[in-house]
Write a protein that binds this ligand. Sequence first.
Ligand code: ATP
Ligand code: LTN
Length: 347
Amino acid sequence: MGAERGATGEGPHLPARRKRVFSGIQPSGSFHIGNYLGAIRNWVDQQAAYDNVFCIVDLHALSLPTTREGLSGNILHLANVLLASGIDPEQSILFVQSDVREHTELCWLLNSVTQFGDLRRMTQFKDKAGGKDEQVSAALFVYPVLQAADILLYDTDLVPVGEDQKQHIELTRDVAARFNARYGETFVLPAPDIKPQGARIMSLDDPTKKMSKSDPSANATVALTDTPDTIRKKIRRAVTDSGSDVIAGPDKPALTNLLSIFALFADLTVPEVETRYAGKGYGAFKADLAELVVERLAPIQERLAELEADPAVAARLLAEGAERARLRAAAKMDEVRDRVGVGGGRS
Ligand code: ATP
Ligand code: LTN
């Protein structure tokens, strides 16, 4: 039994408590329209309705090899990408994971209630280890436990993510339930918030694979920072299916992907886009899709350029965000240590 809470607050006469949202994103590689449509855009759209915490998970990025310079540059760049995309520090706490030490402390305590066999089943680990289990870092293996700590520290109700993270949120619930069963009701069991559209944008090169930052092929993704000409070129070259009709379907994975990107950026449904392109062929559809993506990314790119010109802005906002996150995390960890019987209080 988890300490799940309704949206309606604690009692009939109290104002409704806003649901708590937590999500994280790794400061690795360049952010693509899959990250945007599957995660970031939803965070921004729902921001006013929830009590939000968004975290740049730099410690998770250490699960694969990084360099000092690369990591710190990526952290600031990601903060600017999130701010440029519309994350508003007035409405959301935005901070860097390693600035709040409680994440790693809770991770260790949760390791003690996590089963090895459960971690071995995680598909993200299997994908990233690529069969080289003997050589990858132990951090890659316990990655989902740190993710559970991120989420559970903030009494999170909802975790807006792409489809690939569903298994990690389920593991988080299992870990929380096991902790609660052993030590008493401590953690809220979070629910994934995965949208029916956009949760799994596929590679432009190979529509059977998800669009991924770590894809070695530059043509697989459209980065949020790609120039208009690069975007046009990548979409022109995107693989299509046999035939010539612009329709989605199980036998048309490439068109299904391009249509869903179009629908999401145009705020239309896929059938509405299909109707618009009936009888028009792939060429016209792709040309319009490229212009649409260019147009939708332009305001983000403009704000990003302004923010990158003054790195002190993001640095200050992240410091403020860390302070706010630390207050919440410290209070939760006091409760957790007390439950477990570590960290003082031996009277
Ligand atoms: P990598 O593929 O190299 O692991 P990533 O592109 O998945 O990296 P993350 O930082 O792991 O990037 O993910 C950030 C958020 O973007 C997560 O919520 C994830 O679910 C979402 N996301 C990632 N790729 C996609 C995609 N192709 N479609 C929709 N959402 C995605
Ligand atoms: N594992 C996630 C990133 C992540 C996260 C989180 C997402 C780390 N901690 C907490 C949601 C909530 C990924 O690879 N996309």
